[in-house]
Each structure stands twice: as structure tokens, then as C-alpha cells.
Ligand binder design. Structure first.
Ligand code: KG4
Ligand code: ZN
Length: 349
């Protein structure tokens, strides 16, 4: 059973082809990331136009990579949401055209569930139920993944997503966009215990909050920049050129990363304790973070938990995870009519 997976929820136009929900035959990605860099964040209109321009080419690349003709595709899976509305429409319209022309079933997929399914593709011994930690640029949540591909939400962020916090702190430190990979690398050279940033814990045990941490970083920077007139405008941090030394920037980056990862690890362990589940899957762009991988890996060993991180190419937005999840969904009969619409607020159905 070969399923094509189409992903256009944000700035990656990605198409994967996966056999039997496991074997990746192709994973083609074209990113408009470079076009968003100057703005310090993804511009929805630019992302949508880039999808329109490149989606055919990405599809052709995926077919070539898999050495397949379109006829060899058995079903079409597509990200229905969550994501940028304009960007989602393009992937969905393309998927419908493909399903119609090939006369194949159309399978709508939740983007966040697909991020978690990437862990099942990585390690076939990972079986539901497992605790899922989704850490991306737009979402941070904990859930329980059940065997029937249903996801029970335990808690989510009440303000910024963790990836967004990485991006905003990087912007504040003048490190460019996206900030996660830069902070990850720079933290190697910083002293992570130099500043003890707050580990904010919201009242509900599995909800997250990162805005307090972000503001604490802002105040620390303000203290360090002499004669600064930094202001928090509209609750957001302003980009600026700092007069900080490289070492100071690395120390703040490492201390921020330590606090953010600490929050994620603590809540994930708590979710395992409360549910009695001993398996954990991590998904989303921030799952590439080396400190998160090390910390949760170590805690997993200590607490006898199976912790699965997909390899970095399966952590970022990709079509293979969408195609992969399409397989069990198809077996469960979760196909959709061609009248289906995208849902930018979808969250782990
Ligand atoms: O899942 P993703 O590719 O897109 C969304 O669905 O949001 O995640 C992108 C996010 C960005 O905020 C980026 O800064 C963050 O993932 N990210 C990282 C790392 N690599 C990407 N954050 C921390 N450490 C990393 N190594
Ligand atoms: Zn994503």
C-alpha cells in the first residue's frame, strides 16, 4: 500500500511517499524559509504563493525519488490542519485533484498527530498507548495516543509555543530566524547555569506557559545592555542590535534553553507518572533540539521509559509523516469526501 502525503501547513512544501505506513520511499521538501528570514517570522501570503509555485515540482521530485509513476499511488493523505489557512488550502486542493484524477481515497491528517506518528515510523516497537509531546513553532502540547489513532489532549500552551519562544529569544539576541537551531548550536559555548530563569508551571499540571520565561530573558538582556531603552511592545520582544559580547549572548541562550527544556521534560515525566504509561513519543521541529534529546533520553533510562525521537529530517515538517499516518487511518476507514475543507484550528482529532 503506497500512500502519498502532502504537507503545506506552514513554510515547507513537502511530499512524501510511504509504503505500508513505515517504509519511506521518498520525502521531497521545498522550503520558503529564506524568503521569511528578513521579516523574522513566516509571512502567510509568501508561504502560500511559494506552495503554489513549487508543489508540482515537489510532487515530481517525490515520484522520481521513489521510482514510481502516479498510477502506483494507492491513496492520497493530506494535512487538513492546523496551520496557516491559505497555505493549507493549497495542499488540500492539490490532494483533491490528485485523488480525483487517480480515483483514489483522500485521507485528511492532523499535522500534530503526524509529527507524533513519525516516532512510530522511527521505532516499530513503539506502540500506543504512549504519551505524545508535540513541540513545534506553533504548538506545545502533551497528549495520550491511543491505538485507534485518537489523541487525548492532556494539556497545551496557554501562550507561546516553545519553538516560538526559541524564535523570539533568538530575535532579541540578534541571532536571526529561525532561532531554535541557532540557540541549540550556540548553547554549546554558553554556561547554562549562569542565569537561573524561571520554570513557570501553570496551575493545570499539563499546560505550558513560555511567555514568562521569554520576558525574564528580555529583562536579563535589558540589565546587560548599558543605557538601553528596550521596551516590550504589545507583549512582544523587539529585534535589535545588541552591544553584548558573544560570550554573554551564548550564556543567555544556553540558560534560556536549559529552562525551556527543563519545563518540557518535567511535564512529560509527570504525564507518564499520572497515566502510568511508560512510552513517550516526541515530535515537531523542537524535537531536533539536542539538549531535549539528551535530557529526556537520560530521564527515560532512569525512569525505565521508552523514549522515541524521530531523526531530525522527520522532526521538521515533511510529507512522509503525513503519508505514514495515512496508512492506519485508511485501515480505520477515516477517508473524506472531496468536499472536505481545511481546518486551521484542528488539534489532534
Ligand atoms: O514543526 P516545525 O518544523 O514547524 C511548525 O509546525 O511549527 O517547527 C519549527 C520550529 C521553529 O520554531 C524552530 O525554531 C524550531 O522548530 N526548531 C528548534 C530546533 N530546530 C527547529 N528549536 C530548538 N532547537 C532546535 N534544534
Ligand atoms: Zn510542524
Amino acid at each position: 500500500m503506497r500512500i502519498v502525503g502532502i504537507e503545506t501547513s506552514c513554510d515547507e512544501t513537502a511530499i512524501g511517499i510511504v509504503a505500508d505506513g513505515r517504509t519511506v520511499l521518498a520525502s521531497a521538501v521545498s522550503s520558503s524559509l529564506a524568503q521569511h528570514g528578513p521579516y523574522g517570522g513566516v509571512i502567510p501570503e509568501i508561504a502560500a504563493r511559494a506552495h503554489v509555485e513549487t508543489i508540482w515540482e515537489v510532487f515530481a521530485t517525490a515520484l522520481e525519488e521513489a521510482h514510481l509513476s502516479p498510477d502506483a499511488i494507492d491513496a492520497v493523505a493530506v494535512t487538513q490542519g492546523p496551520g496557516l489557512p491559505g497555505a493549507l488550502h493549497i495542499g488540500l486542493a492539490f490532494a483533491k485533484g490528485l485523488a480525483l484524477s487517480l480515483d483514489r481515497p483522500l485521507i485528511p491528517v492532523d499535522h500534530l498527530a503526524a509529527h507524533l506518528y513519525a516516532a512510530e515510523m522511527t521505532d516499530p516497537t513503539l506502540k500506543p498507548p504512549y504519551v505524545g509531546l508535540v513541540v513545534s513553532g506553533g504548538h506545545t502540547l502533551l497528549c495520550v495516543a491511543h491505538a485507534d489513532c485518537r489523541f487525548e489532549l492532556l494539556g497545551e500552551t496557554k501562550d507561546d509555543a516553545v519553538g516560538e519562544a526559541f524564535d523570539k529569544v533568538a530575535k532579541l539576541l540578534g541571532l536571526g530566524y529561525p532561532g531554535g537551531p541557532v540557540i541549540d548550536r550556540l548553547s554549546d559555548e554558553g554556561n547554562a547555569s549562569l542565569v537561573r530563569f524561571p520554570r513557570s508551571h501553570s496551575k493545570r499540571p499539563f499546560d505550558f506557559s513560555f511567555s514568562g520565561l521569554k520576558t525574564a530573558v528580555y529583562h536579563e538582556v535589558q540589565k546587560l545592555v548599558q543605557g538601553s531603552r528596550l521596551k516590550v511592545q504589545g507583549g512582544d520582544l523587539e529585534p535589535r542590535t545588541l552591544n553584548l559580547e558573544q560570550q554573554q549572548i551564548a550564556d543567555i541562550a544556553a540558560s534560556f534553553q536549559e529552562a525551556a527544556i527543563d519545563i518540557l521534560v518535567t511535564k512529560t515525566l509527570k504525564a507518564c507518572q499520572r497515566t502510568g504509561i511508560t512510552r513517550v513519543a516526541v515530535g515537531g521541529g523542537v524535537a531536533s533540539n539536542r539538549r531535549l534529546r539528551t535530557r529526556l533520553g537520560e530521564e527515560g533510562t532512569q525512569n525505565k521509559l521508552q523514549v522515541v525521537f524521530p531523526p531530525p529530517p522527520l522532526c521538521v515538517d515533511n510529507g512522509a509523516m503525513v503519508a505514514g499516518l495515512g496508512y492506519p487511518l485508511l485501515q480505520l476507514g477515516r477517508v473524506a469526501p472531496l468536499s472536505i475543507t481545511s481546518d486551521s484550528n484542528l488539534c489532534l482529532v
